[in-house]
Design a binder for this molecule. Sequence first.
Ligand code: NAD
Ligand code: 89V
Length: 336
Amino acid sequence: MIKVGLIGCGFFAVNQMQGWADAEGAQVTAICDRDPDRLAAMGARFGIAQRFDDAARMMREADLDVVDIATTLPSHRPLVMAAAEAGLHAICQKPFAETLEDARAIVAAMERAGRVLMVHENFRWQSPIRAVLAALREGAVGRPFFGRVSFRSGYDVFSGQPYLATDPRFIIQDLGIHILDIARALFGEVERLSASTARINPAIRGEDVATILMDHAGGVTSVVDCSYATRRDETFPQTLIEIDGTEGTLRLEAGYRLVIDRRGDRQVRDVSPPLLPWAERPWHNIQESVALIQQDFVACLREGRVPETSGRDNLATLALVEAAYASARDGSRVRP
Ligand code: NAD
Ligand code: 89V
């Protein structure tokens, strides 16, 4: 049994605790938070007796194999570095570092320690996204030449995650990072990118709209567009996808409808994610992907396999985030 210590008992960590409870071959045996109320509430809810207010102490004293870092961004570098020093595998929430330099240092430290680092980049693990990836890889539309990966919503994310309203960076760093990662998973690495951003909601500090145009090395041109200022029939938290290829087109439409047109034939499938017993709409899509990515992390450790969203892999997603901010700031076209 792989013993997991979870750090950060906040808003999102509950999903991670539920995911670990579902996972075969792993178990949370210790938890940590600096906030005593959050620590006590999580401990009581999941029956975890080993509780720590200091992560370094938990890593020293709790007999762990893995730390699951569910804290917010500023603590990620010191916590993963401490895991490397303690000889523990780590799964760290996105964005896994504040700068690319920090991210490279984290990856190097974990590689030197010979330990596995997975970034909890779960959106590409959503079952509707897996269905699109599978169709694309099976050649459903031939060779893709255009893609659009879109997330537009008016959902109030600030009540659950108040830091999203006050951080200087918002939508690209928090949500766009997922959508850029899906574009990488679908179309491969990016050679050039340009981005525009806007702040529509005057009550927040960062940008809440971003439109990013990318040239992929394999020949696809893609558009990643994200908004938290879009008022319409609410689709949160669905990512919608359009792909045009030499043999046909694919659309992942609102309501998890997958439509593939190929040489005059139309195939329509419902690719809705299951509603896990502990999940609630509309978050169930994200919640299922948490369970799936954590189960895959366990399989990677067991099989000695490098995770799809390893720290090293995720450097390329983080580079897209940085390039998008640089492009939006300077009005330039950037090589990530
Ligand atoms: P949160 O502020 O609600 O919770 C973070 C918790 O970590 C707090 O309880 C805080 O006290 C604790 N903490 C911070 N630093 C600590 C340290 N050094 N030692 C011990 N405890 C510490 O944040 P959240 O909304 O749960 O977000 C956490 C992370 O999850 C963020 O990186 C966020 O981007 C990410 N997130 C990911 C998804 C997803 O789908 N992948 C969704 C939501 C949030
Ligand atoms: O997935 C996330 O990182 C979340 C949300 C979907 C609300 O943007 O912060």
